[in-house]
Design a protein around this ligand. Structure first.
Ligand SMILES: Nc1ncnc2c1ncn2[C@@H]1O[C@H](COP(=O)(O)OP(=O)(O)OP(=O)(O)O)[C@@H](O)[C@H]1O
Ligand SMILES: CC(C)(CO)[C@@H](O)C(=O)[O-]
Ligand code: BAL
Length: 279
């Protein structure tokens, strides 16, 4: 497995491979890898010949400086997981390499930018699309893998691709969960023993919606979903919603085709997100 710290060395590695017709996949991450990330690498291997994983904790997408400061960075462990998974190359630039100078970035990502995560992390998707555009530019992949766990992120990246008319196929990968249902996340490491037990409420409330979708109206499902969060000490719900999976607007009717239940909650000092596709 090759390790690249600069765009130039990465480009020099990739150019002959592309010239020989090999298909390149990019798996963008912020590191602190878990089996969710490894599932993206495995799916990438089924869809391309050469797999590049990027590890970069992107400052422009953080809206809380403390969140950025305490973001886990276990780089040696990450590299050994990637090596074991059969990843071909790791791109791990420093901040100066990706942002050599101060720059302005603002693109139209549509109304959905300002909903859900966009409401609670203002400007987050400008930062995400800014760095993903730079990563796409550095790798010029044929395909790129993203997790459904960041449901809104996938929509925003697809909108960014449309904006620049980039010929990259986005593959959305299913959410990998711990045995008890908690969605794997790099930030789970911050959960105390008690928080870890309380965090199960995200999976349980979403599962309730899936299991009872035929039984209740949408407002009832949302109300019952939200009620899971009442009286759990240290747990604070940001949103629990059933939304259209394209626009992210609240679902208007149960007969809509594309529906997803999404949640974000603070558990102790850790903010977690999760979702389940209804149909
Ligand atoms: N449990 C999971 N299953 C599948 N994909 C995941 C999972 N968790 C994260 N991913 C995906 O991995 C990619 C990199 O995500 P990232 O490095 O931010 O990890 P993360 O666990 O989501 O971290 P954090 O919790 O800090 O947001 C994203 O496309 C993300 O959606
Ligand atoms: C896509 C991404 C790597 C951009 O920094 C990040 O938002 C993430 O890890 O989901
Ligand atoms: N996985 C999404 C990246 C973030 O939370 O900033």
């Amino acid at each position: 497995m090759e390790i690249f710290k600069t765009k130039a060395t990465l480009k020099a590695f990739l150019e002959p491979l592309k010239a020989s017709g090999l298909k390149i996949a990019l798996v963008p991450t912020m590191g602190a890898l878990h089996n969710g990330h490894i599932s993206l690498i495995k799916l990438a291997q089924q869809n391309a010949d050469i797999i590049i994983c990027s590890i970069f904790v992107n400052p422009t997408q953080f809206t809380d400086p403390k969140d950025l400061e305490k973001y886990p960075r276990p780089i040696e462990h990450d590299l050994s997981m990637l090596q074991q998974a059969g990843c071909n190359g790791v791109f791990m630039p420093d901040v100066k390499e990706m942002y050599p100078e101060k720059e302005d970035w603002h693109i139209d990502l549509g109304k959905a930018e300002f909903l859900l995560e966009g409401e609670f992390r203002k400007g987050h998707y400008q930062g995400v699309t800014q760095i993903v555009h730079k990563l796409f530019d550095a790798v010029k992949p044929d395909v790129a893998m993203f997790g459904q766990k960041d449901f809104q992120q996938v929509l925003m990246i697809k909108n960014m691709l449309k904006h620049f008319d980039l010929p990259i196929t986005i593959i959305t990968c299913p959410i990998i969960r711990e045995d008890d249902g908690l969605a794997m996340s790099s930030r789970n490491i911050h959960l105390s023993g008690e928080d870890r037990r309380h965090a199960l409420v995200l999976n349980q409330s979403l599962k309730f919606v899936i299991d009872h979708f035929d039984q209740y109206s949408i407002p009832e499902l949302e109300e019952k979903g939200k009620s899971f969060y009442e009286n759990i000490p240290g747990v604070e719900l940001d949103y629990f919603t059933i939304a259209n999976g394209e626009s992210l607007e609240p679902a208007k009717s149960k007969t809509e085709n594309n529906l997803v239940a999404l949640v974000a909650a603070k558990v102790g000092s850790t903010r977690l997100i999760d979702n389940m596709i209804i149909k």
